[in-house]
Design a protein around this ligand. Sequence first.
Ligand code: AMP
Length: 542
Amino acid sequence: MLSGLMMDYPLTLNTIVDHASRMTPEKTIKTKLPDGRWHEYSYAEFRRRVKRLGNALQALGVEPGDRVGTFAWNNFQHLEFYFGIPCAGAVVHTLNIRLSPEQLKYIIDHAEDRVIFVDGSLLPLIEPIAAQLETVERFVVFNLADGQSCSLPNVSHYEDLMAAASEDYEWRCADENMALGLCYTSGTTGMPKGVLYSHRSMMLHTLGALAAAALGPTETDVVLAVVPQFHAMAWGLPYAAAWVGATIVMPGPHLQPAPLAVMIESQGVTIAAGVPTIWNGLYHELRGRPRDISSITQLVVGGSAMPRGLIEAYERDFGVNVVHAWGMTEMSPIGSVAKLQTRHLDLDADGRWDIKAKQGYFVPGVDARIVDDAGRELPWDGATMGELQVRGYWVAGQYYRLEREREHFTEDGWFRTGDVVTIDPQGIMTITDRTKDLVKSGGEWISSVDLENMLISHPDVLEAAVIAVPDERWGERPLAVLVPLAEGHDPQALNDYLLERFPKFWLPDDYVLVEEIPKTGVGKMDKKVLRQWHADGKLGSA
Ligand code: AMP
């Protein structure tokens, strides 16, 4: 074999912060603070703070490989942790602030976090469990409000540590295979499972995210990560945006539709990323109180299926291009993006929206196949449904501190996503369901996702979730749980509406109304809770 003769230049995270402060030192990172004021500083200052953080961590006794938790909104401090902790050789473990106390304790103990950085506004969520945490030696708090007390044990204040630390620091992440970050899955089944990213996998993922076929931010972009930093590394946007020196806008705790609308307008945001629930809320806000959001070139949406009706409505009503992406915590997370290709350029608007509502093309770096129950590969004909399996540069090879079990990883090296999909001959993937959410009625599959998308496009419906409920005759039947937009609700009208698109046996047996669909910690509809409500007889009829 003739080996290549290229440099052995490690794929390590310091490259990003060094590059940004060199190439775009004056570009800025802006954060909306809890009190509504803006904090802003340059990439040059950012790098100095990241270096200080390295020394501060060393002063705390944090060693390479140690896990350091973050319990925070999206803000500049969290961005400093994103870089400073891995560049000090330690592992940034993003803690989901919406987990239950039991789940939070479980993942902190499981990860064996030694230090946790805590945002002042979130103290009440962590204080009650602080004394029970098995491995945490120190809490570092920041953003404390004036006069706010803190009952955590062994507390340091972030700005005190930073003030005492020098900016003279040598990065401690020379090996690209070192662990960089740890993120636990949102845990809609069982306990959350940890995914441990390496510098190498995250740098390759960042390059993947920078490809125009994926998200492709550039220096001229103003990037707003609404997706929390604890949800699958904010989909890689902070790293990608920083590498090219884009302006980064961090919303802090201001995630409600009204402040988001103002933020997008006032900051001239060009790329914004969030889950469908967020964009659904923003859409209704903008209908009620118009704002100019036409600066947006990519409204990135993922985490759950974006209803086609909403993609259409954003483009039709506000001229905003929605980019539908699919991913998983286990994939760092980007897997596929629904961007149009040459063959779609002649399509009319309807045809284009059909494509954009799908989960799209696998991005370069991700390989995929679909298989049946016996693991046999299925055709890409756009009709045959099967379980999606993936492999690639940034796909997990096993869960943190768990065996590499067959339930999630195949013997021949693929990750089992648990998503049921079709792939068409051109390679466009469409998610039909999660394996556990499909409705199996009389031996036939009914896609809860398809029904939900259609229901939400009806003018009377704000939110819709479809769950399988046990049925003596058919095994399972679909039940629709709705949040109506206005008083009054006519199941017959909804049935007629669904019949335009689906066979009769797909129609829900019942429609029940709720005030709100329960959501998981990352804002997805929590069907596990809905199934429980149904089992407990808590879901009445409409
Ligand atoms: P998480 O790791 O919490 O991001 O969850 C990953 C799962 O979310 C995937 O396996 C899918 O079931 C679902 N998901 C993510 N993006 C999409 C999307 N665009 N459409 C439908 N489901 C999605």
